[in-house]
Design a protein around this ligand. Structure first.
Ligand SMILES: [Zn+2]
Length: 78
């Protein structure tokens, strides 16, 4: 999955995954998660997971894809 960085008004940044809706179904079924702090993909993450610790950056930024979708933080590119 692709990712892009978004700068918030506060000056902080967050990462948002970009994918087609087909890919969204695939990565959700594959239990992939996404870290909004560093933009890395995580594995073994339930679709509704929230704030798991990221193996890459050590921050509690990993969310399941369905959870991110509900938060409006998945960019669909169909
Ligand atoms: Zn991270």
């Amino acid at each position: 999955m692709e990712a892009k960085m978004i700068e918030l008004r506060t000056g902080r940044v967050k990462w948002v995954p970009e994918m087609s809706s087909e890919e969204f179904v695939e990565v959700t079924e594959a239990y992939e998660g996404f870290c909004v702090v560093c933009g890395e993909t995580a594995s073994g993450v339930e679709p509704d997971a929230r704030e798991y610790i990221c193996e890459c950056c050590g921050q509690p930024g990993v969310f399941g894809l369905e959870e991110l979708m509900m938060m409006g933080d998945v960019e669909l590119i169909d």
